[in-house]
Design a protein around this ligand. Structure first.
Ligand SMILES: *[C@@H]1O[C@H](CO)[C@@H](O)[C@H](O)[C@H]1NC(C)=O
Ligand SMILES: *[C@@H]1O[C@H](CO)[C@@H](O)[C@H](O)[C@H]1NC(C)=O
Ligand SMILES: *[C@@H]1O[C@H](CO)[C@@H](O)[C@H](O)[C@H]1NC(C)=O
Length: 431
């Protein structure tokens, strides 16, 4: 009998495919709690949990699509049962826009944030190429996010060429507030755009592609705003950055000395996307994206800004689901025009059951400690897997890249209902 129940369990559970969505009224009782600035804990630490490439909303008309989203919510819950972040970052490709319907495309956001609202966590998003599509826009997702008082996502840079999720968040020491203290940490969020412009078509009916790099107006805003912080407080404020699509530097470092450039013990992580896809992929330098160019180099201004921002400890990206390593960019890779000055370029872990690849789902954690932050610009990072295990735990300190760490196992997880044959509208990564 017990065995029969166990076997029947999944079958009985099957008809209920709706993810319960929290009531907005409940969250509104916490009115404005995300308007309070982020702060370190009393013991001087600040932790971030990054979920990326959740890819909600695939094939709503098949059973496997909604099942994927149920599994993805479970990933978020399993990670947050074990980690206690001060902020959750949703680092792009929240929703697979090209699978969605105009009338309800942004509603998936409510499913994604359910585990965060229940835990009274606040979050901040960057948008990915799949969040910009014919039936979904960054503006639309932002509007949906802002219904929740937990949301910290903003749009600080106007203009069609900027994208949407460009903003910063200051983090203060526990005993301070915005009025009388300098921030101890700055978090920068960038929109690497890509995908397609919302509801736009060329005269021939085809959709209008959006450039897939951080725009120049955003780079200028970043540099000017950071300089204002330095001038106002008379010191460099350490920082972390989040952007969905990595820059050319990640690919250049990955292939510099062939397949073994990313070393399993010095840059522990999965390294199956070889080479990784980067900003400005698929665009020509002259602005064409007609499939004739591999990479147009338009992310050079953004890379220059990254390497000339002292105190920027690490840039975290997603997009490449089969890459989960961190690399300290501290030299000029032959063929590049921008030389690294020690910033760590990190991938996270594919968190969603949507999107390509079956690498085990999880979430990169980042933690900074005031005792090592001010002088050494150090961060700790590790990946919490859906299984509960921790892999790839490293210190992004001065010697990262020379310190030996255990290799990360290349584990896979499969969605029970996922069927390749049924996937009539495959989601390709190289769009
Ligand atoms: C959006 O509408 C489609 C078509 O009616 C439906 O299958 C899907 O479940 C809806 N999605 C959401 C999040 O409401
Ligand atoms: C966009 O949404 C509309 C309305 O639901 C739907 O008919 C159409 O197929 C969708 N278009 C694309 C390109 O996904
Ligand atoms: C960096 O961290 C590693 C691992 O904890 C440690 O072995 C190494 O000594 C640290 N380097 C510095 C400069 O603190």
């Amino acid at each position: 009998m017990l065995l029969a129940l166990l076997l029947l369990g999944p079958v009985l559970a099957a008809p209920s495919r709706q993810i319960p969505v929290p009531k907005l009224a409940q969250a509104e009782q916490d009115d404005g709690f995300a308007s309070k600035p982020l702060s370190f804990t009393r013991d001087g630490t600040f932790q971030i949990s990054i979920f990326e490439d959740l890819h909600f909303g695939e094939n709503a008309w098949d059973t496997w699509g909604p099942q994927q989203d149920i599994n993805s919510v479970a990933v978020i819950n399993k990670v947050l049962d074990r980690e206690s972040p001060g902020l959750v970052v949703l680092n792009g490709d929240l929703i697979t826009g090209e699978n969605t319907f105009l009338e309800n495309s942004t509603l998936y956001l409510d499913q994604i944030v359910q585990p965060l609202v229940e835990r009274r966590l606040t979050w901040a998003s960057t948008y990915g190429n799949h969040d910009h599509s014919f039936n979904i826009s960054g503006e639309g997702i932002l509007e949906r996010e802002r219904r929740w008082p937990n949301a910290r996502t903003q749009n600080m840079v106007p203009g069609r060429d900027a994208g949407v999720s460009n903003y910063y968040l200051p983090v203060y020491a526990a005993e301070c507030n915005e009025m009388n203290c300098a921030p101890e940490l700055l978090l920068w969020f960038f929109d690497s755009r890509g995908g397609f412009y919302f509801q736009e078509r060329h005269p021939d009916g085809s959709q209008v592609g959006q450039p897939d790099w951080v725009g120049v107006s955003v780079v200028n805003w970043f540099e000017q705003t950071n300089q204002q912080f330095v001038a106002k407080h008379g010191r460099i404020i350490p920082s972390l950055a989040f952007v969905h699509i990595p820059t050319e530097a990640s690919q250049a470092l990955q292939v510099e000395n062939g397949q073994d450039s990313v070393n399993r013990n010095y840059q522990p992580g999965i390294n199956d996307d070889y080479p990784v896809a980067q900003q400005a992929q698929g665009w020509c330098a002259d602005g064409r994206n007609d499939g004739t160019c591999a990479y147009g180099g338009q992310d050079v201004p953004f890379m220059q800004a990254i390497v000339s921002t002292p105190g920027l400890m690490a840039v975290f990206s997603g997009h490449d689901h089969g890459a989960t390593w961190c690399y300290k960019w501290d030299h000029l890779v032959p063929g590049m025009t921008v030389a690294g000055t020690g910033v760590n370029l990190c991938f996270g872990q594919h968190s969603g059951y949507g999107g390509y690849g079956n690498w085990i789902r999880g979430s990169r954690q980042v933690s900074v400690d005031l005792r090592t932050l001010r002088d050494n610009w150090e961060a700790q990072t590790w990946i919490r897997l859906e299984s509960g295990d921790v892999v790839g735990s490293v210190s992004l300190n001065a010697t990262y890249g020379n310190d030996w760490y255990p290799a990360t196992p290349n584990d896979k997880t499969f969605c029970p209902t996922w069927s390749f044959q049924k996937k009539i509208n495959p989601v390709r990564r190289r769009i």
